[in-house]
Design a protein around this ligand. Structure first.
Ligand SMILES: [Fe+2]
Length: 390
């Protein structure tokens, strides 16, 4: 992970206090402009010629308009079309940067490790004195990181508390009245905006480039919806087509369904989900760990991954170790079944030793198992992100 924050402790402490509650500004808090620049944004546009209609949106005079898909067929091309639009005052919104830039992808994983759920990133590139995207609120938390130039942000009091995407609607300045505050962002500054806080930004430099990191943790609603799908697996009435509902009374339908819902299934799911959520979040990917394990196993030292302690449950014939929540990284956020590593109960003492926080060498561990079993277990735990190479 690149060192993109000036003080990780300072930023994380402020973010944990204000998350989903209040906006805050941190001056000179980011070094992300060392890793992503206007040149990178320009290269991104050039490299995606022919595809820009899918990953770029233009804004001008309070309106958004897409890039024609067929421009690659004539001499002008999409990049030149975008360049002309930018020169005439359009703001460019570059999407899906988390899939296309390594450092940005790492920053998104960093937010996912803290909050769970999903994080993605868009860049906004605005020419002088242009407002770009009109006043609006987002339905996720946003961490704004200024990369180049300067921008003045107007902020209003939050209109909705933790809105989700079904609650989005358009705003205009006259509805909003006078802004609550105005702040200027320069390269290196970070602004946190909770979902639902209206904002508008205007470039006050030759141009302005900022990144907006969306943070969308899993909500109670997401978990409840998934829990109800599990209930439906046991309840055929819930899977029935709604086509014959006209003949029935609404309150009867609802009370009938509520009586069919086995709350025990929901309780179990919530309990297991909670257990999984508080498990160890890994910062190193499984593939990196696999490479490391191949390179080091047999002569290396290992230790529990430090980000968060894994949670272990012992049953009659097995132990379960919670590993990070399984999130399918597509929008909208999908909640999956909690993910566990299940091992025979006989491994319990050995697992405790490996996860007690001390560094260990597999060959030197004392247990009822032999050396190859120790190495086998180390490989399994590396794959699950529970231990790491020291
Ligand atoms: Fe926004």
């Amino acid at each position: 992970m690149k060192d993109w924050l000036v003080s990780k402790e300072d930023f994380e402490s402020e973010l944990s206090k204000k998350f989903e509650k209040a906006y805050f500004l941190k001056k000179n808090a980011s070094k992300l402009h060392d890793y992503f620049s206007c040149d990178d944004a320009e290269a991104y546009l050039k490299n995606n010629e022919g595809w820009l209609q899918n990953i770029l949106m233009l804004y001008q005079n309070g309106q958004d308009f897409p890039i024609p898909a067929n421009l690659k067929l004539n001499a002008k091309g999409q990049f030149n079309y975008v360049l002309d639009a930018f020169k005439s005052g359009a703001t460019l919104k570059l999407e899906e940067l988390e899939k296309r830039n390594f450092t940005i992808s790492e920053v998104c994983r960093y937010f996912e490790n803290i909050f769970g759920g999903k994080s993605w990133c868009k860049a906004f590139w605005t020419s002088f004195d242009e407002e770009g995207v009109p006043a609006h609120f987002d339905t996720t938390s946003i961490v704004v990181v200024q990369i180049d130039g300067a921008k003045v942000w107007q902020l209003w009091d939050g209109l909705l508390e933790m809105p989700n995407s079904s609650m989005a609607y358009s705003l205009n300045h006259s509805q909003l009245g006078k802004p609550k505050t105005e702040v200027t962002l320069e390269a290196g500054d970070i602004l946190y905006l909770p979902a639902g806080v209206p904002h508008a930004a205007k470039s006050v430099d030759n141009h302005s480039l900022h990144l907006g990191f969306a943070i969308e943790p899993i909500s109670y609603l997401d978990v409840l919806v998934h829990g109800l799908k599990l209930v439906a697996q046991e309840t055929p009435e819930l899977r029935k087509s709604i086509i014959d509902c006209a003949a029935q009374n609404e309150s009867e339908i609802i009370s009938n369904f509520l009586s069919k819902i086995d709350q025990g299934v929901l309780n179990n799911f919530f309990r297991e989900y909670k257990f999984s959520l508080f498990a160890n979040y890994i910062s190193t990917t499984k593939s990196q760990l696999r490479t490391l394990s191949q390179a080091k196993l047999g002569k290396g030292m290992f230790r529990r991954t430090n980000e968060r302690c894994p949670e272990i449950k012992k049953y009659d014939d097995e132990i379960k170790i919670a590993i990070p929540s399984q999130i399918i990284s597509e929008k909208p956020v999908v909640v999956g079944d909690p993910d566990y590593l299940s091992l025979p109960l006989e491994c319990a003492a050995l697992v405790d030793t490996m996860l007690n926080g001390d560094a260990f060498v597999p060959e030197l561990l004392e247990s009822e198992f032999d050396e190859s079993a120790h190495k086998g277990l180390v490989n399994i735990m590396l794959d699950a992100g529970l231990i790491t190479v020291v």
